[in-house]
Write a protein that binds this ligand. Structure first.
Ligand SMILES: [Zn+2]
Length: 310
């Protein structure tokens, strides 16, 4: 029996030491240090976390989220993170090297302070066969740009609430309240966004990168061919020639482009076909008008309504 008591005493002592060593915000009452890979997740974490969360972002919304080069200051952020939020799948190809460099075990894959937001999402374009990066595709596990659909925004915000409550149960009432307030605003907007595009249901637009299928499904629009022949492969002359014929034959009114996507090919295609180039926000903060999640959806819907009605 003595060995059991000894083990228990050792475990208690080790736990106490561990708690002392980790200066956790929930113990001290300071805001939680939350790090989100993308600005949209950071925005939703600020909304749900309120003044209990001190949120930092890794990827600037002005750059392609697939190809970010984290800085030494980002490594430090992740090292100190008490919650690490990311898109999962292969959206952030730079995510795990960054976490490895930070050496923070708690936020590594499967760790208690890691939140993979793709887990609750019904994915589009999930492959029905094994695919490899050698084919050039960077969406190997299904389309990872799911946050552009506000129905998924709801799922993401709920997942953040659940994780914050698990990590910091002392403030769970605040997290529940913040989520309720956000969802009330979102639920009010969802039918409005849908009804504004309803007159154009089934109309087709062309895209840049395959980042918009969730938004298109939500709004009842169609987007099949893209400037990129495959996700991650820049537009080729053959693809542009095909798109020129397709846009003309189908009388497609618009080519959708995110701010980070090179504008040359979209604009030359627009000149040759008469289609308009529409700049949408893929991430919160990409343009001043997209200052938060709901403002981003407002802006994207406004842009699409304008181009469809013209
Ligand atoms: Zn992508």
């Amino acid at each position: 029996m003595n060995w059991l008591i000894g083990l228990l005493l050792w475990t208690c002592a080790a736990s106490a030491l561990y708690a002392e060593e980790r200066i956790l915000s929930e113990v001290e009452g300071k805001p939680l240090k939350v790090v989100a890979t993308l600005s949209t997740f950071a925005d939703l974490a600020k909304t749900v976390g309120g003044d209990r969360a001190e949120v930092a972002t890794i990827a600037s919304p002005r750059f392609n989220p697939h190809f970010i080069e984290p800085k030494p200051s980002d490594v430090l952020k992740v090292k100190r993170a008490e919650l690490f939020i990311h898109a999962g799948l292969d959206l952030e190809l730079w995510r795990w090297p960054l976490v490895d460099a930070a050496g923070n075990r708690e936020v590594m894959a499967g760790g208690p302070r890691e939140l993979d937001l793709s887990r609750g999402i019904e994915l589009l374009e999930a492959p029905d066969r094994a695919v490899s990066r050698a084919e050039g595709d960077i969406h190997l596990y299904g389309n990872p740009h799911y946050w552009t659909d506000p129905e998924n925004g709801r799922v993401i915000a709920q997942a953040i609430r659940d994780k914050l409550c698990a990590i910091d149960p002392r403030h769970e009432q605040a997290y529940h309240r913040n989520l309720r307030e956000f969802l009330a605003r979102l639920e009010q907007k969802i039918p409005e966004w849908r009804s504004r595009l309803a007159p154009y249901e089934g109309r087709e637009v062309v895209g840049d990168h395959r980042a918009w299928p969730y938004l298109m499904r939500f709004l009842g629009l169609k987007m099949e061919p893209h400037l990129e022949p495959k996700p991650g492969i820049p537009p080729t002359p053959k693809q542009l020639e095909f798109l020129q014929q397709h846009i003309t034959a189908q009388r497609i009114p618009a080519i959708v482009r995110a701010g980070y996507f090179p504008k040359g090919s979209a604009e030359s295609l627009a000149k040759r076909t008469g289609a308009a180039v529409v700049l949408l926000c893929q991430s919160v903060g990409e343009l001043p008008a997209c200052s938060d999640y709901i403002a981003m959806l407002d802006y994207n819907v406004d842009q699409l309504v304008t181009v469809m009605g013209s």
